[in-house]
Design a protein. Structure first.
Length: 304
């Protein structure tokens, strides 16, 4: 039987919020079976909780923001992607401010923290959502879709009129049955343009951004001294964002996702549309490990 997973122990880290610039202490804790991923504001009375659900997303400007009863936690997508990549179903995430720390701008640090805490199997069956039919969203020339596929695959294309992007791959298709999330996706960092910084900061965004936690691009080149971690890091990071946003469906998806010039807004609209159409999905479990699609078998083979 394929079982749910949580953390063996708690682990703590401190960082800065990408958009707020505030110092944040984060604690990742084990949670009981069927809890899901739950974000908690440890700086507020009662440690109010917000389940990691696409239905709790209230803002998608430059990040995915969860909110319930006036309490919010933003920039959850990279941590959610790491949770998915390590097959973690249940965990509490305590944050001492309204934003998850950006760390190095990828999911790599979160993967390290989760592995440091250790992963523990639980008695309950792991539940998946199988995509039964194609679901699409299109807006302002941007497109996203989910379609049936016996595994998990993410395809993405981006388009920027800038010299740097003419020198890199702007399309990627990652079949997680063939490659590892940890190797192919997790280390891809968020990116931004120097010409946007003043505008973003006037809107209360990107106040914690730096060369330590983002790939920064001026009019001609990448400013980071070490350059890119991979030739297609830009499009791979968009794929990373999509993985995190899709995991807000509440279960791992058995299916394929394709995005064209899209971002958090369309990702969230797609998940909402998918969940609302009861003919588009079915919940499934696996008694026989041999029946699990290879993409998820790879995850389950990681140490628990």
């Amino acid at each position: 039987m394929i079982r749910q997973r949580t953390l063996k122990t708690s682990v703590r880290a401190t960082g800065v919020g990408l958009h707020t610039g505030h110092k944040v202490t984060m604690v990742l804790r084990p949670a009981a079976a069927d809890t899901g991923i739950v974000f908690c504001r440890s700086d507020l009375p009662g440690n109010p909780a917000i389940p990691a659900s696409a239905l709790n997303v209230t803002n998608t400007q430059m990040a995915t923001v969860l909110e319930r009863d006036g309490v919010r936690v933003s920039t959850v997508e990279h941590l959610m992607a790491a949770m998915f990549g390590l097959g973690i179903d249940n965990a509490f995430v305590d944050v001492s401010a309204e934003e998850v720390p950006i760390m190095d701008g990828s999911a790599g640090t979160f993967v390290f923290l989760l592995q440091t805490a250790g992963i523990e199997e639980q008695a309950a069956k792991k539940r998946y959502l199988r995509v039964l039919k194609t679901v699409e969203v299109e807006k302002d020339g941007k497109k996203v879709r989910l379609e049936p596929f016996d595994g998990f695959k993410v395809g993405f294309s981006i388009e920027f009129s800038h010299p740097v992007f003419q020198q890199s791959s702007n399309t990627a298709e990652v079949d997680f049955g063939e490659v590892s999330f940890l190797r192919e996706i997790s280390r891809a960092r968020t990116f931004g343009f120097t010409q946007e910084v003043e505008y973003l900061r006037s809107k209360g965004l990107a106040r914690g951004g730096s060369l330590d936690n983002a790939v920064v691009i001026d009019d001609f080149r990448v400013l980071n001294a070490d350059g890119l971690r991979m030739e297609d890091e830009f499009v791979k990071h968009k794929a990373l964002d999509a993985v995190g946003d899709l995991y807000l469906a509440g279960r791992p998806l058995i299916g394929a996702f394709y995005g064209e010039k899209s971002g958090h807004e369309l990702n969230n609209l797609l998940v909402r549309k998918f969940l609302a159409d009861r003919t588009a999905w079915e919940e499934t479990t696996f008694d026989d490990p041999a029946a699990v699609p290879r993409a998820f078998a790879n995850v389950q083979l990681q140490p628990a």
